[in-house]
Write a protein of this length. Structure first.
Length: 205
């Protein structure tokens, strides 16, 4: 999902040396991954008021302003740094729009964000359901996605977040641990617990 790390490091080094074009390329390469993770966390109620691209633009502007500080002291991988800023902007957007509407946006939240219903959700669902070749595979695929989305929505916040991070953002366990401020072992245990809960929700009655 995220750009190739060696290329990112090369662009970071060029930016550290004062090359403006490197900064532009660096941010441009991360624009689409940022849009994707923001879309994953904007439910339809909020997405009706806030476009993911607008949030991306806000993150890019902040990243551009703060890049020199990051280059002086890179406290984490660049994509995780961007991700932290993106989450802050999502929270700000939720607060602004919940405050503007008497009926809070979270009450309009559907099963899961629309962006979740993609190839990643089917690949994750395949871990819990048997896939048999059939002419009705498209129908089965959509059914699996719907069941998966409903199950993810029933997870608590921490469990839902680690599932999104590992499967939809495709972060490694080490990256998820760094993003959550956990040890690798703690992040791994949280993920395993979330998968067990998800499996239990998807198990046939």
């Amino acid at each position: 999902m995220w750009p190739d790390p060696p290329e990112t490091q090369e662009l970071l080094e060029q930016a550290r040396q004062g090359e403006p074009a490197a900064v532009d390329r660096l941010l441009a390469r991360h624009r689409e991954p940022l849009r994707r993770i923001i879309g994953l966390r904007l439910d339809r109620g909020l997405a009706a008021r806030v476009d993911a691209s607008d949030v991306v633009q806000e993150v890019m502007l902040e990243a551009s302003r703060r890049l020199k500080d990051y280059l002086r002291e890179p406290c984490m991988p660049f994509h995780l740094w961007l991700r932290h800023m993106a989450k802050d902007h999502i929270i700000d957007a939720q607060r602004r729009h919940q405050g503007a509407q008497r009926r809070a946006v979270h009450r309009e939240r559907p099963i899961v964000p629309a962006a979740v219903a993609d190839r990643s959700s089917f690949e994750l669902a395949a871990q819990f359901f048997d896939r048999e070749p059939t002419p009705a595979s498209a129908v089965i695929r959509r059914e699996l996605q719907c069941r998966l989305e409903a199950a993810i929505d029933r997870l608590d916040g921490d469990d839902r977040e680690i599932i999104l991070m590992r499967h939809y953002e495709q972060l490694s366990n080490q990256e998820a641990a760094a993003a959550l401020g956990l040890t690798a072992a703690a992040a791994s245990m949280r993920y395993l617990r979330a998968v067990r809960k998800l499996r239990a929700l998807l198990a046939p009655q």
